[in-house]
Write a protein of this length. Structure first.
Length: 248
């Protein structure tokens, strides 16, 4: 009887150890997937960088799909032999090739590591919703100074449609990258603009920064120029142009 009791006790201890080990293995941190730069819009051609990290073991595989409506397209599928702890994978989304249309689309990314778990997760490690915007911006000239004297001042008033869908960006489409010279793209998080260089081919490029500093610096420069003397000179130049136009 005592021997049988000891056997049951040993079995219970062994079972507790096994169950504890299974619970511990199941709770191992799973791979994480991040997106750089953070963005909410997809255009005609958009490059994103997936940052995949495996804290519990080397990466075994990664798969990314873009879903819109009932259409699902695989944009990345890769297996790793060297099992890296972290990797960065740029993906370029071309709307025409993927058959995207304007509206919502979702990026889903699955990542698998080498750590064994009793019940592996089948859920995507990243599910990011984007708005697909394929309408190019248009510029409408509302008013302009027809003739400007050499060294004088002119004014042009224009309205941009489509370039700024949300947020008060003042220089959308005007800034250029200081490293490669390409035009910077603007995206919004709420009403805050962020400027990004999409040139992934240039070494050391991929410049990105928030728009608040740019807007503040631009406002300071505009206010500095708009002194009473500068405004008076602009008005005088406009009057001179009007006089010359009437004289001719």
């Amino acid at each position: 009887m005592i021997r049988l009791l000891k056997l049951w006790l040993a079995f219970a201890v062994l079972l507790a150890v096994v169950l504890g080990g299974l619970v511990w293995r199941q709770r191992l941190p799973e791979p994480t997937v991040g997106l750089e730069p953070p963005r909410a819009l997809l255009g005609q051609k958009t490059t994103l960088t997936l940052v995949i990290t495996a804290p519990s073991g080397g990466l075994r595989s990664v798969e990314a799909r873009l879903v819109q409506g009932d259409q699902e397209r695989t944009i990345l599928a890769e297996r790793f032999e060297d099992a890296p702890a972290e990797t960065r994978r740029p993906v370029t989304l071309e709307a025409r090739e993927l058959g995207l249309r304007e509206g919502k689309a979702e990026l889903r990314v699955w990542a698998e590591d080498a750590a064994w778990r009793p019940v592996p997760s089948r859920e995507p490690r990243l599910a990011q919703t984007f708005t697909v915007d394929l309408t190019p911006p248009t510029v409408e000239l509302r008013a302009a100074t027809d003739y400007v004297r050499h060294g004088g001042t002119g004014i042009a008033i224009y309205r941009v449609k489509g370039a700024v869908r949300s947020g008060p960006s003042l220089v959308a489409g005007l800034l250029r990258c200081g490293r490669c010279g390409r035009r910077l793209q603007v995206a919004y998080s709420g009403r805050v603009a962020r400027y990004t260089c999409r040139n992934q081919s240039a070494a050391g490029c991929g410049l990105a920064f928030g728009g608040l500093r740019v807007e503040a610096a631009l406002e300071r420069e505009v206010l500095r120029v708009l002194t009473p003397g500068a405004i008076e000179a602009a008005l005088a130049s406009t009057a001179d142009v009007a006089d010359e136009t009437q004289a001719t």
